[in-house]
Design a protein around this ligand. Structure first.
Ligand SMILES: *Cc1c(COP(=O)(O)O)cnc(C)c1O
Length: 404
């Protein structure tokens, strides 16, 4: 073959490292919550590229912002600041608990910065022995060696050792386990407000507030990984806002860039002051293209009242899934918050989330999984109600054979 022929899915297996297993079709175009593949087949996107395309594909305002920025300035490095980064930092500070913002390009980088900062902060406070990080089992924080070690899925770190030390895992949503583990050597507790990869698990009411209190008692920082739950996904700009608490550090990526690689670590003034000049950095952090899109995502959220529309959409999607679960006898439980939903398969279908996902694809709906037993949906926050309805119809047909 020559480089001028149209590449197809088979080339993935020929040229890529085999760490992914992409679907058999290749999407080529998207518009709103629809995607088309090379063969012209259309799919309703209930997946959002893993909770990333928060405003769907090719939102006209994001396209215009990116095109305008593309004709002005793409990249500078952090030897200079730039207007989109200045504006986005101000917007994030004005809308959250945070006083300070560090930009990067992905979720793992935001977490890497957060975990390093937690240790560095203790060091700067004259407590260099305070290095213990406590995280949850089944947590996901990214795939760098540090973030994968903090994440609570040992299989993801297997074979990559030696791993960074003084990281302890406790069961999620178990306050007595945390209480037994946290001590004055603990620099931070890291949690997702809702576990995403770990099965779309919201904790019991009051759990996060109790964690906050334990952190305060032991002088540990509370780091909330909102890479998946943030940027409007659960119906508030960040999931912590549903509750009466503030983290010390929050990480955001995925949906904040609407599909353009963008991440950020948000923190309080005191904590942020420990990241003194020269302690951390990233060539692409605060990239003008990324930050310009990030600003536009937040502006569209507000101008188009996107978050106000989430309860109605969430309820429709959840009701649709529950109906399918009953009609077809396939789901034990539908859970989640806002536009982050997980449908856990009945015991008879244990381990078959991948089959359910593939059936959805074949039936014209993009879906995803969270572990072997949970189908995960994270559609665009502004998905039209009619697309939710049609997706449920398509899923009814697609999943009718699952138990056959
Ligand atoms: C996806 C995810 C990450 C990692 O983000 P990347 O952009 O893939 O590095 C970290 N934490 C959570 C909660 C995530 O869902």
């Amino acid at each position: 073959m020559t480089s001028s022929t149209r590449p197809d899915r088979a080339e993935f297996d020929r040229y890529h490292t085999p760490n992914y297993n992409p679907a058999p079709f290749v999407p080529v175009r998207g518009q709103g919550s629809r995607v088309w593949d090379q063969a012209g087949r259309d799919y309703i996107d209930l997946f959002g590229g893993i909770a990333v395309t928060s405003l769907g594909h090719a939102h006209p305002r994001l396209v215009a912002a990116l095109q305008d920025q593309a004709s002005q300035l793409w990249h500078l490095s952090n030897a200079f600041t730039n207007e989109p980064a200045l504006e986005l930092a101000r917007m994030l500070v004005e809308r959250t608990f945070a006083d300070r913002v560090y930009f990067c390009s992905s979720g793992l980088e935001a977490n890497e910065a957060a975990f390093k900062l937690a240790r560095r902060h203790a060091h700067n406070q004259g407590q260099p022995q305070k290095t213990k990080l406590i995280a949850a089992r089944n947590a996901f924080h990214g795939r760098s060696l540090f973030t994968v070690s903090v994440g609570g899925t040992p299989a993801y770190a297997e074979g990559f050792g030696p791993l960074p030390g003084d990281i302890v895992h406790v069961p999620y949503d178990d306050i007595s386990a945390l209480e037994a583990c946290i001590d004055d050597q603990t620099c931070a507790v890291i949690l997702e407000p809702i576990q995403g990869e770990g099965g779309v698990r919201p904790p019991s009411p009051g759990y996060l507030a109790a964690v906050r209190a334990l952190c305060d008692r032991h002088g540990a920082l509370l780091i909330l990984d909102e890479v998946q739950s943030g940027a409007g996904r659960t119906g508030t700009l960040y999931a912590y806002m549903h509750q009466n608490l503030r983290p010390d550090i929050l990480t955001t990526a995925k949906g904040i860039g609407g599909g353009f690689p963008l991440g950020a670590m948000l923190c309080t003034e005191t904590v942020g002051q420990s990241l003194v000049a020269g302690t951390h950095g990233s060539t692409y952090g605060g990239n003008p293209l990324a930050c310009r899109v990030g600003c536009e995502v937040l502006k569209v959220f507000e101008d188009e009242k996107v978050l106000e529309g989430i309860p109605e959409r969430s309820a429709a999607l959840r009701a649709g899934l529950e109906t399918l679960g009953q009609e077809l006898g396939i789901f034990k439980e539908v859970r989640g918050q806002g536009m982050l939903l997980g449908a856990e398969l009945v015991p008879e279908l244990a381990g078959r989330a991948r089959d359910a996902m593939q059936a959805a694809h074949a039936g014209g709906v993009l879906a995803w999984l969270a572990g072997a037993n949970v189908v995960r949906l994270a559609p665009p926050l502004n998905i039209p109600m009619a697309d939710i309805e049609e997706a449920i119809q398509r899923l009814r047909a697609a999943w009718s054979g699952l138990r056959g």
